[in-house]
Unconditional design. Structure first.
Length: 431
């Protein structure tokens, strides 16, 4: 009997290992440019709105929307967009989509539900490189050689070398972010970095100091208010004590165009020359899908959605979704829709401590008017440690929380069984 039990335990562990290996393919989902319905064009900007809809700016095909597994394209032929070159897309607290375009015929566009409003910056070149919002709801934008621009109550106010002490060579502002104290940091295409007090005074940090690159394209501020500047040649960190630290990029890789700040030790970068990289504790790791193989593709955009999925935009028009713990469902952002198949989603958050949420769906078809559903937690050895669900359930979408406060850190598995359906997923408890 003991031998039989040991054999079962070994078989179960082998099954779990094979499950982990096979699950690796679910770390990626790739949309080709043909699937999206665009040409071989560069993906420039990615953002998620308050309703879970993904918005993507391109350099030739206008604005893309991904909702309920459907791609929609907005360009000059079917929308009020003045040009098809979208440089940045940001979302404010009221779910307005703010779109920055590039070119003399462009401008700043607000999309509220289905209502489009175009604001032309004719006196300031009509190009918008980056956008951020202050605590009062004012919009700040970086321009193409016109300095920093504030947009409030439908009025533009410019801050550049003509009315402040901003260096003329810093008037092309590629990126900006407002720090914890409300000061505005900008990265220029000329001589480094500058900080603005929001009224009239600039503080400059020059590339000649050998601490920051001369051309800055990404700017992140972590929970300690430390600034991270992605330059064309190297990455710089500037802490609250005024200390600069420089990190080199991987060999022959450079020019970050977008970044995701995970925490003060981990940042993800889209490199215009290099692809998508994870920078963690001083180490660079190239992250890319193999089916299709995008290892040689450069990247210009990245974004982490509310489910922990990372969206990566490539320069060939492809969009990839990556989650090292398994992609959390992206096909349908509407929880009222019931699928025709049982679905077990990846728990969120993952890793977690000590509570996580597991979502699943019972299908709405004649053969499943009710289903006997079991949701069980297993430890790494395959031992059943807790039953979360064991009952008949009607068609619908369900979610259940697991509180693991009484269990040690480690790898766990949860398994959904209903009729002939059975699926298991991995989760990690980190205390």
């Amino acid at each position: 009997m003991r031998l039989e039990f040991s054999s079962i335990r070994v078989l179960f562990i082998v099954f779990l290992i094979s499950l982990q290996i096979s699950a690796q393919k679910y770390q990626w989902k790739v949309f080709t440019n043909d699937e999206i319905g665009i040409s071989n064009t560069r993906i420039q900007s990615i953002v998620e709105d308050k309703e879970g809809v993904i918005w993507i700016g391109t350099t030739e095909e206008g604005l893309l929307k991904f909702e309920n597994n459907v791609w929609t394209k907005y360009d000059t032929s079917n929308s009020p967009l003045p040009v098809n070159l979208i440089w940045t897309v940001k979302v404010d607290s009221e779910n307005n989509k703010w779109i920055g375009t590039f070119g003399s015929k462009g401008g700043l566009i607000r999309l509220n539900d289905t209502n489009w409003t175009v604001y032309y910056l004719n006196d300031y070149g009509n190009s918008v490189f980056d956008i951020d919002f202050d605590k009062d709801g004012n919009l700040w934008m970086g321009s193409y050689w016109y300095g920093l621009i504030k947009f409030s109550e439908n009025n533009f106010q410019v801050f550049n070398s003509s009315n402040t002490n901003l260096e003329p060579n810093m008037e092309e502002i590629n990126c900006l972010e407002i720090d914890h104290s409300g000061e505005i940091w900008v990265g220029s295409d000329g001589v480094g970095v500058a900080k603005f007090d929001g009224v009239e005074e600039w503080t400059h940090y020059y590339a000649t100091d050998s601490t920051v690159d001369n051309a800055i394209y990404t700017l992140d501020i972590d929970e300690d208010n430390t600034k991270w500047f992605g330059g064309t040649q190297f990455l710089s960190k500037f802490d609250n004590n005024g200390k600069w630290t420089i990190f080199n990029y991987p060999t022959n890789k450079s020019w970050p165009m977008a970044s995701i700040l995970e925490n003060k030790n981990e940042i993800w970068f889209s490199l215009f020359f290099g692809g998508f990289y994870k920078f963690e504790n001083g180490t660079w790791t190239h992250i890319y899908p193999t089916e299709p193989d995008l290892s040689d593709q450069n990247s210009n955009a990245c974004y982490k959605d509310k489910n922990g999925n990372i969206w990566i935009g490539y320069n060939n028009g492809y969009v990839a979704i990556y989650n090292e713990n398994g992609i959390v469902k992206v096909e349908d952002n509407n929880p009222s829709i019931v699928e025709n198949n049982f679905i077990l989603e990846q728990n969120y958050p993952n890793p977690f401590n000590p509570v996580t949420t597991i979502k699943y769906s019972v299908p709405n078809v004649e053969t499943h008017s009710h289903a006997s559903v079991r949701l069980i937690i297993y430890d790494i050895l395959g031992s059943e440690i807790q039953t979360l669900v064991n009952k008949l359930q009607k068609p619908g979408n369900y979610q259940v929380e697991w509180n693991a406060s009484g269990f040690p850190s480690g790898i766990y598995f949860y398994k959904l069984t209903a009729g002939n359906f059975s699926e298991m997923k991995k989760m990690i408890l980190l205390k």
